[in-house]
Design a protein around this ligand. Structure first.
Ligand SMILES: Cc1cc2nc3c(=O)[nH]c(=O)nc-3n(C[C@H](O)[C@H](O)[C@H](O)COP(=O)(O)OP(=O)(O)OC[C@H]3O[C@@H](n4cnc5c(N)ncnc54)[C@H](O)[C@@H]3O)c2cc1C
Length: 317
């Protein structure tokens, strides 16, 4: 049996931020992740200044490609606005792997399946044991299923479906483009520039909203690819996008239980307006670590519920 004071299940931004904060406070932690890093993660890779602040990252110190997006084009109800902003884009395989390496904690490649409590310790798959357990395993986190699904039920209305692909693009205007509510989509489509001549294009929206209107996310992807042709993106590059589901914020119950904590997507913390999940994952990971280290309540009050205000008013972000 491998023992650690804290075990974090999931080494994405939520788990890595929690591990880094615990380590900086002299507390012992290990991470279990079902995949060896670098691993692929579906995501547009848009990060806000708040993420860099919380992680104490200076863009110039990041060893991989980080693009600063200074302009944002918003398309809504047939109108187009271009606004100044200050946001960043990264590639998740690089970013997550770098964050995880930065923690300096031991990472086991292990898919956690069975979790139970014995004599005050959490036991994972009869192979790992800990006093504090952090569920950072994303939407399908086993800590959520084992301990939280009845006390923090997930509301179907907060489920988001998203589909995306990274595509080569010769347009180098570094403009981030968003299209809201096109063709009745209860959400938005995006085209986010990346370092190295690529964009991440995608669509995302409320699952229940699409179901009510008998829409499929795939049909919205097809509409987006038509727009991308105006950016000289070959429609053949848009084949085989990949989809994923996650939950936006709804505090239906506690995200802690005795000495177990849920962070990031496992807790369903993405912002309600934009489905931004990296910032809430990072902040909640740090808050859980502080709760463990200081013996205080795990409160999610400082995890942002909305993104748009800070994106549109970059001075405040
Ligand atoms: C298409 C798409 C685009 C998005 N774009 C953005 C964006 O641009 N900006 C933004 O802020 N957010 C975006 N999001 C949301 C964002 O990706 C997530 O909110 C964020 O990744 C949550 O981080 P996390 O650490 O909680 O979970 P994850 O990043 O999902 O990490 C969870 C980790 O847990 C591991 N794991 C899972 N199950 C187990 C298990 N049983 N045992 C061990 N390990 C396990 C996984 O391998 C994974 O490494 C997007 C989401 C999608 C689907």
């Amino acid at each position: 049996m491998i023992k650690s004071e804290t075990i974090i299940i999931g080494g994405g931004p939520a788990g890595a931020s929690c591990a880094l904060e615990l380590k900086s406070r002299g507390r012992q932690a290990v991470i279990l992740d079902k995949e060896a890093f670098p691993r692929s993660k579906l995501c547009a890779g848009w990060i806000t200044p708040a993420v860099l602040r919380d992680l104490a990252i200076q863009p110039q110190d990041y060893p991989y490609g980080m693009l600063t997006m200074k302009r944002l084009q918003i398309n809504v109800f047939g109108r187009r606005f271009t606004l100044p902003t200050r946001q960043y884009s990264i590639r998740r395989d690089e970013f997550d792997s770098w964050l995880l390496g930065r923690t300096g904690v031991t990472v086991f490649t292990h898919q956690a399946r069975k979790i139970h409590k014995r004599d005050g310790s959490y036991i994972i798959d009869d192979a790992f044991s800990c006093k504090y357990l952090v569920g950072a395993g994303g939407t399908f986190c086993p800590v959520y299923t084992a301990l939280f699904k009845d006390i923090r039920p997930r509301a179907p209305e907060s489920l988001v479906l998203a589909m995306e692909k990274e595509i080569p693009c010769s347009t180098k205007d570094n403009l981030s483009r968003l299209w809201f509510f096109e063709h009745g989509l209860p959400g938005y489509a995006w085209c986010v520039p990346k370092e190295g001549g690529c964009v991440n294009a995608g669509v995302g929206g409320s699952y229940s909203g699409m179901k009510k209107k008998h829409m499929s996310i795939r049909s919205h992807w097809d509409s987006l690819t038509e727009k991308l042709e105006n950016l000289s993106i070959d429609s053949r590059e848009c084949s085989a996008p990949r989809g994923y589901a996650y939950y936006t914020r709804q505090d239906t119950g506690p995200a802690d239980l005795n000495t177990a904590y849920l962070v990031g997507d496992a807790a369903g913390l993405a912002t309600v307006d934009m489905g931004e999940g990296i910032g809430p994952a990072v902040r909640s990971g740090i808050l859980a670590a502080r709760a463990i280290a200081d013996g205080k309540r795990y409160l999610l009050g400082s995890v942002r519920r909305f993104s748009l205000r800070d994106i549109l008013l970059p001075g405040r972000a």
